[in-house]
Write a protein that binds this ligand. Structure first.
Ligand code: ZN
Ligand code: ZN
Length: 223
């Protein structure tokens, strides 16, 4: 073997090209990468303007290591292509078929499980996730943001809207079950109490009358 053939490709082919074999992780195989560091600018074969290499997408196996069209020409061509009838519909169809392939599904499951394991082991992420879940639950199930809840809490001075006892635990967010309109914040006993009496004003009035009558008849102190 002559010494020339062992020389790097850059000098061997005399064109200033630097060919290297690298392992492409995404494609899971070795590819030849072409660098062209000696050329700071080149013409676009579409618009024929000489532009700096930054204006071309990297195409590692291309003759120059860069796309032959400049980024602006690529973008224009893409926009034109996207506007053609049926292009987007065809892609939707293709992606639907792609996603339903069993090997793709398997791969996505592995990626998702990996990501999930990573996230679960990160306490900061778990905390963020739990806080988000709290916000979503508040908003979705109770139609309330955290700020609205804080305001309501302040307007009730941190006390139950019925018995006026200060909250020691998280308050119950009481809604009218038919209209879903927010009524107020209640302690556990009051929330359960009006619930057991069917949230019914006549029933609750009757309960008051009953207690008063019983107190009068037995000369008990009025509750
Ligand atoms: Zn161009
Ligand atoms: Zn109460």
């Amino acid at each position: 073997m002559s010494s020339a053939s062992r020389m790097p490709a850059a000098t061997a082919n005399g064109s200033g090209r630097d060919e290297r074999e690298v392992f492409d992780e995404r494609r899971c195989r070795t590819i030849v990468v072409i660098e062209h560091p000696s050329i700071p600018a080149k013409p676009c074969t579409k618009c024929e303007l000489v532009k700096p290499l930054d204006d071309f997408w990297r195409m590692r196996r291309h003759r120059t290591g860069y796309d032959s069209w400049c980024k602006a020409c690529r973008r224009a061509a893409r926009i034109e292509w996207e506007a053609r009838p049926g292009v987007q519909a065809r892609r939707r169809e293709y992606m639907k078929a792609y996603r339903s392939r069993s090997d793709v599904k398997d791969r996505q499951r592995v990626v998702a499980a990996d990501r999930y394991a990573k996230q679960r082991s990160d306490p900061e992420y778990v905390e963020w996730w739990n806080a988000r879940a709290r916000r979503y639950k508040l908003k979705a199930r109770l139609g309330l943001t955290e700020a609205e809840l804080t305001n309501l809490m302040q307007s009730q001075r941190g006390r139950c809207a019925i018995c006026r006892a200060p909250f020691t635990k998280a308050p119950n967010i009481d809604h009218d079950h038919k209209s879903n309109v927010l009524r107020g914040l209640l302690c556990n006993p009051c929330n359960t109490g009006i619930g057991l009496l069917g949230h019914s004003v006549p029933t609750l009035r009757a309960a008051i009358r009953y207690l008063q009558r019983a107190a009068l008849n037995r000369e008990l102190p009025t509750p």
